[in-house]
Design a binder for this molecule. Structure first.
Ligand code: G3H
Ligand code: 13P
Ligand code: ZN
Length: 332
């Protein structure tokens, strides 16, 4: 049993309190490679931002659970080496789908876990989240739960269509589960294809998707004043990265994300954690494709992973500074 405090990690409680009060959101970036981890830490240190590094079940299967845990511990040491005396780094399980998986992560040093029972009947979601909270809180690990279902595929949790969160359920859910934050469904979804072109409006040659359901978000805020709200599926799918990928041999059709202005607006509300994974994948893939197309003789992974890391770092900094507003928000 390892406690996250011994690894130099922090839970989400204090950073969420400050984010809700300050009208900004903490970035939650998924990682499963060393280059992503380095880029996240460099971006957080340069911008003096708290950061959540999150790991999905798929990432654990890909990279190995133990390795990812040591990478998070290494992230804290790396941040200090880069000159940040008091980094605030959370190691978070993304879309935990069972009590056992959450417990396993807590026992090996995660400081925060998500239990995603959003696809379950309401009472089962409550019971599962409550069980995880009871275990996690013994070790001061914070818990994110989810109400409402996002469109598309949630990690290994599938949902054919989106069911917005019902504001009338949130007080009962938060009270009975004791969760520390709540992921809601207001129109975001996972992946690089969040909307079909038919769902969008063409404005100056750009496909603009329908707006997020801010009315539902505001109703939830009224029911749970100051309670930390989480947005999943919040990649913006930048057109320049998609175009680079397609220019250099890729085939990404109709990739459409959440406009950054809407995420900026959400960050000013009780939304205090914004999940971004696909934009990192796009930044990495675009840089690798470009490099290999321009340097067909290169075969040392460092030659193409270096520009990939640079491109991800640039994207993370952009999100922190221009979208979420968490720059300069370290406690000390
Ligand atoms: O929400 C899902 C994240 O993007 C993680 O996806 O299961 O492919 O690692 P993954
Ligand atoms: P994106 O696919 O929009 O990056 O969402 C990531 C996410 O929600 C991880 O939990
Ligand atoms: Zn998610």
């Amino acid at each position: 049993m390892v406690n996250y405090k011994d690894l130099g990690l922090v839970n989400t409680r204090e950073m969420f309190k400050r984010a809700v009060a300050g009208g900004y959101a903490i970035p939650a970036f998924n990682f499963n490679t060393m280059e992503q981890m380095q880029a996240i830490v460099m971006a957080a240190v340069e911008t003096k931002s708290p950061v959540i590094m999150q790991v999905s079940k798929g990432a654990r299967n890909y990279a190995n659970a133990t390795i990812l845990r040591y990478m998070a511990e290494g992230a804290v040491a790396y941040a200090k080496e880069l000159g940040c005396a008091h980094p605030e780094i959370v190691l978070h399980l993304d879309h935990g789908d069972s009590f056992e998986l959450c417990k396993d992560c807590i026992d090996m040093g995660f400081s925060s876990v998500m239990i995603d029972g959003s696809h379950l009947p309401y009472e089962e979601n409550v019971a599962l989240a409550k069980k995880v909270v009871e275990y996690a809180h013994q070790f001061d690990v914070t818990v994110e739960a989810e109400l409402g279902v996002l469109a598309g595929v949630e990690d290994e949790v599938s949902a054919a269509e989106s069911h917005y969160t019902k504001p009338e359920e949130v007080i009962d859910f938060a009270t009975r589960t004791g969760c520390d934050s709540l992921a809601i469904s207001i129109g975001t979804s996972h992946g690089a294809h969040k909307f079909t072109p038919e769902q969008c409006t063409l404005v100056n040659g750009v496909l603009v998707p329908p707006p997020l359901a801010f009315d539902i978000l505001h109703e939830i805020e009224k029911k749970l004043p100051g309670f930390p709200i989480v947005l999943h599926g919040s990649s913006s799918v930048p057109m320049d990265e998609v175009n680079t990928i397609n220019q250099y041999g890729g085939k990404l059709e109709a990739a459409i994300g959440i406009p950054e202005e809407q995420l900026r607006e959400a960050s000013k509300s009780a939304v205090c954690k914004i999940n971004i994974d696909s934009d990192s994948r796009l930044a990495m893939t675009a840089a690798i494709r470009k490099h290999l197309a321009e340097h067909p003789g290169d075969f040392d992974p460092r030659q193409y992973l270096k520009p990939a890391r640079e491109n991800m770092k640039k994207m993370y900094i952009h999100k922190i500074v221009n979208v979420l507003g968490s720059d300069g928000k370290l406690a000390q």
